[in-house]
Write a protein that binds this ligand. Structure first.
Ligand code: KIV
Length: 261
């Protein structure tokens, strides 16, 4: 990876060159800066923001104003990485709202936007791309649909789902998406999609055979000890370390002798 600014074209070219794409999420200035300094080429201000930062039960309560606020913070890191932002729930139901809201995220500092869905949003994708904003797709388990679907379920387990995933991936590529997140897609289906479409696939819980991988950074760092996920083994126990440091500091403060008056 060179030191030059990463663009959507750079990410596409990584697939052509056979270079794996390691992407992570960030929601603020220090996290974006640290990931960038570690050489991550694609940083996503995901609407996972809702759960991992704002304390919502899922992503459906995240607003565009909240996304703009956090995109601005991450963009202040001026990353070399491509900074992608999620269009939140119901912010891209029509072509007009999709373009207007993608422009708002771009004005906040996003260099590309992501939204969930395939053929159902291909008109919106085409219009966003035509407006000059690069677009990244998201297929498989769609967190913004958790309430309709009644939970988070692996996708691609049967033939109709496999056919739908392929048709959706092809529709997104044809509409101009530069890359595609595959979330909780069965590994053989993720592998087949990766071989069949020209744009990079970036997997999360979709097996090793995607063009890249993405994780929610607090999950990777073990910052959220209140739940565990099958597809992520934290590489750090940040929550435990933080508790220990805070307890130790508190003890130090409490053991200081009071000033005698
Ligand atoms: O919101 C998010 O963090 C995401 C990733 C899980 C890909 O969409």
């Amino acid at each position: 990876m060179t030191e030059t600014k990463v663009t959507a074209q750079t990410i596409r070219a990584m697939k052509v060159r056979g270079e794996k794409i390691a992407a992570l999420t960030a929601y603020d200035f220090p996290m974006a800066r640290l990931l960038d300094e570690a050489g991550i080429p694609l940083i996503l201000v995901g609407d996972s923001l809702g759960m991992v930062v704002l304390g919502y039960p899922d992503t459906t309560q995240v607003t565009l104003a909240e996304m703009e606020h956090h995109v601005r913070a991450a963009a202040r890191a001026k990353p070399r990485a491509l900074l992608v932002a999620d269009l939140p729930y119901r912010s891209y139901e029509s072509v007009e709202s999709a373009v207007a809201n993608a422009r708002r995220l771009a004005a906040a500092g996003a260099e590309a936007v992501k939204a969930e869905g395939g053929r159902a949003i291909s008109g919106q994708v085409r219009a966003i791309v035509e407006s000059g904003i690069p677009f990244m797709g998201h297929l498989g388990m769609l967190p913004q649909h958790v309430l309709e679907e009644g939970g988070y379920r692996v996708k691609g387990k049967n033939h109709p789902e496999q056919e739908a995933l392929l048709a959706d991936a092809e529709a997104l590529a044809a509409a101009g998406a530069f890359a595609l997140v595959l979330e909780l897609v069965t590994p053989p289906v993720a592998r087949e999609l990766t071989q069949r479409i020209s744009i990079p696939t970036i997997g999360i819980g979709a097996g090793p055979d995607c063009d890249g991988q993405i994780l929610v950074t607090p999950d990777l760092l073990g910052m959220l000890p209140w739940y565990s996920l099958k597809h992520v083994k934290p590489k750090l126990n940040a929550a435990e370390q933080m508790r220990a440091v805070v307890k130790d500091w508190k003890k130090g403060v409490e053991s200081q002798k009071p000033l005698k008056g």
